[in-house]
Design a binder for this molecule. Structure first.
Ligand SMILES: *Cc1c(COP(=O)(O)O)cnc(C)c1O
Length: 490
């Protein structure tokens, strides 16, 4: 290609310099009238000085810059996004419209209760719906993410035990658990004892029986677990924990496999968290706000965060009266916009819709598993729930690994599955298709996965170079995180 300009604009894949490298002195994006108040209307110490190196660019340049950058991102709205454990389902636009109703979007977080009756009522209804689908007795919407829901739940468990003068030291956690589980237990001052699953990846009642004792405060368990397998012995497991005075924390991140079909409350859970940004289609990733409500059985209801929404005559009111509460875990009311989206989603689907959602999610995952079994190694045989785990074992003879497969998928236009998690499976590729994907999309993805196996057999070296069609090729991931080079060089 000839001159520099052409190189940068080739194929409409637009180059994008840093915004600091654009523009020229004196160029402005907005034209604000000269103020007529005079120079000393504001005290000098409250006025900001000049900012050195501030880019001076026109409005269209600003818009194009940020819109182009946004188009370099993949999302569930741009491509199939089978990131296991994360439930990257489509977020219906109707939810967005509801969240933008001026009465919700413009409500000030410090508005007095009387001015926020509709918002409070929506929160109460959402709490009730979450309690209904999970089989729990009470719900708090405050926590801002799953991990914070875990912290809230474990703090309640600790408060419960200390109230009974029975400070316990240990928390049991299966080896397949998400890293936030042991992190949460440790943050709450507990010692973590790891439980090994059986070869099918399931926690057996027998191993819980051996580990239980009067010093165990709780078991934290994920169901279905991070291998996408239903914990078949969950009821006996919970019984054993309860018999020794412990409580059961159920990590509800995988609720997309249960909703409308089975209730954690019926499995013996005393407390669980929901991830609204996973199961209930609120936006997810990119550091955006999440929401991790907690649901509890009656034994823990006294300890739920304050303030709570209570009924007083005809009105809703926030109350700090609950004395045993662990207190506030989040400023204001939690991420309210997420509550509106989740509420709209649940109302739109209704009970039957939620049940169909789960069936479709499980069917899609099993379709992918059944079609790819053989091409890829399946560490746990048999039916899975909403996600399936494959490995790179069959590719090992060609020197091709899970990382290569994930990178090559980007060239095929798919976001990669979760890789190298759960840690109990070597070379794991964890695929979660979600209910919102069509058969055609799943077939395209499966074809890409099959193609990649043929490529690995024919030209393994080329696989190490992937991705080659993305704006940025294969990175040294540790260095890219620590010393990012933001300038794009093709
Ligand atoms: C996502 C996830 C979490 C943590 O939830 P965040 O909302 O990301 O904090 C915990 N456990 C499991 C199994 C998860 O998949």
């Amino acid at each position: 290609m000839g001159d520099g300009m052409r190189e940068k604009q080739a194929g409409l894949l637009l180059d994008e310099p840093l915004i600091f490298e654009r523009g020229r002195p004196g160029q402005v994006g907005v034209d604000v009238p000269q103020d007529d108040v005079g120079d000393d209307a504001l005290p000098a110490e409250l006025c900001r000085g000049e900012i050195e190196g501030m880019p001076e660019v026109s409005e269209p340049e600003v818009v194009r810059h940020f819109l182009r950058l946004s188009q370099w991102n993949l999302s569930a709205a741009t491509t199939f996004y089978p990131l296991g454990s994360c439930t990257m389902k489509y977020n219906p636009i109707a939810n967005e419209a509801a969240a933008r109703f001026p009465g919700f979007a413009n409500l000030h977080p410090m508005a007095p209760d009387e001015a926020a009756q509709g918002a409070l009522e929506l929160m109460v209804e959402l709490q009730d719906m979450l309690a209904e689908v999970s089989g729990m007795d009470a719900v708090s919407l405050q926590p801002a993410a799953g991990a914070q829901g875990e912290l809230t739940g474990m703090k309640m468990i600790r408060a419960y035990h200390s109230d009974r003068g029975d400070a316990r030291r240990k928390v049991l956690i299966p080896a397949s658990a998400h890293g936030t589980n042991p992190a949460t237990a440790t943050l709450c001052g507990y010692e973590v004892e790891q439980l090994e699953g059986n070869p099918q990846g399931v926690v057996e009642a027998e191993s819980v029986r051996r580990a239980m004792g009067p010093d165990v405060a709780a078991l934290m368990i994920t169901n279905p677990n991070t291998l996408g397998i239903f914990e078949r012995e969950i009821a006996q497991v919970a019984e054993l924990v309860h018999a020794d005075g412990g409580l059961v924390y159920l990590d509800g991140a995988n609720f997309n496999a249960l909703i409308g079909v089975a209730k954690p409350g019926h499995m013996g859970a005393d407390v669980l968290h929901f991830n609204l940004h996973k199961t209930f289609s609120t936006p997810h990733g990119g550091g955006g706000p999440g929401a991790g409500p907690v649901g509890v059985r009656q034994v823990l209801a006294d300890y739920l965060p304050n303030p709570r929404i209570v009924r007083e005559g005809e009105r809703w009111r926030l109350s700090d009266a609950a004395e045993k509460s662990i207190g506030r875990v989040r400023s204001f009311h939690g991420n309210f916009g997420m509550f509106v989206r989740a509420y709209a989603y649940i109302k739109a689907l209704g009970g039957d819709g939620l049940t169909r959602l789960t069936r479709m999610a499980v069917l899609n995952a099993n379709y992918v598993r059944a079609r790819l079994e053989g091409k890829y190694h399946l560490p746990v045989k048999g039916l899975c729930m909403h996600e399936c785990v494959l490995t790179d074992k069959h590719l090992e003879p060609h020197g091709v690994s899970t990382l290569d497969v994930a990178k090559r998928l980007l060239d095929y236009g798919f976001y990669a599955p979760t890789i190298y998690f759960p840690l109990v499976v070597s070379g794991a590729l964890m695929i979660e298709p979600t209910e919102s994907e069509s058969l055609e999309t799943l077939d395209e993805f499966i074809s890409a996965m099959e193609e990649i196996v043929s490529e690995a057999e024919k030209d393994p070296e080329a696989m190490h170079a992937a991705p080659t069609l993305t704006p940025v090729g294969r990175l040294d991931e540790a260095r890219a995180a620590r010393k990012p080079v933001l300038r794009w060089k093709r």
